[in-house]
Design a protein. Structure first.
Length: 181
């Protein structure tokens, strides 16, 4: 499985770069309307899910557990599509969708990292990204009435931290790929 992931390290890193860009944009534009936030989240979730699906499909040969990543990616795409289908979504609905997406993504990342821990060092980045995602999802469930600006801030910080961790993991996979060949 590690060989397949390391060959496609760029997808992991690109996923991180997209998350970083989304996080920076969200943090720099806190006055965005709820409709804009919905569209930004939908775009991010759709792109992130697409990258996960492409990575899973590309890595399916020789990786018996590629279905976990595929499932997480499909859920991200579905979250993005649902968001675009109902752009007038309420803040509470956005919180529920975001919380569910973060929890599922985080759990998926932790499961994948645990399965990789015997094959690579540096899986801590994916585990930490998963923990951050789960913590973010739990926060949104526990504090559903948090103000829109607070949620924007948390979403931006989450995307920024998660993106940095994915870029780190991508380059660790790249290094492993160079060492293996």
């Amino acid at each position: 499985m590690i060989e397949a992931l390391s060959r496609n390290w760029g997808w992991v890193a690109l996923r991180g770069v997209v998350a970083i860009l989304f996080g920076v944009l969200t943090l720099n534009q806190p006055g965005l309307s709820l409709a804009s936030l919905v569209l930004l989240f939908g775009a991010y979730s759709l792109v992130d899910g697409t990258f996960m699906v492409v990575s899973a499909i590309t890595n399916r040969t020789g990786a018996p557990r590629w279905g976990t990543m595929l499932f997480g990616g499909i859920l991200g795409i579905v979250a993005g599509i649902v968001t675009f289908m109902w752009p007038g979504i309420t803040a509470m609905s956005l919180l529920v969708i975001t919380a569910a997406w973060a929890l599922i993504t985080g759990i998926t990342e932790i499961v994948v990292a645990i399965r990789l821990r015997k094959e690579i060092s540096g899986e801590w980045a994916l585990i930490l990204a998963g923990i951050v995602a789960v913590a973010f999802g739990v926060f949104l469930i526990v504090r559903p009435l948090a103000g829109a600006l607070a949620v924007l801030f948390v979403i931006g910080i989450y995307a920024l931290v998660s993106g940095i961790l994915h870029v780190v993991l991508g380059f660790r996979l790249r290094s492993w790929n160079h060492l293996a060949h």
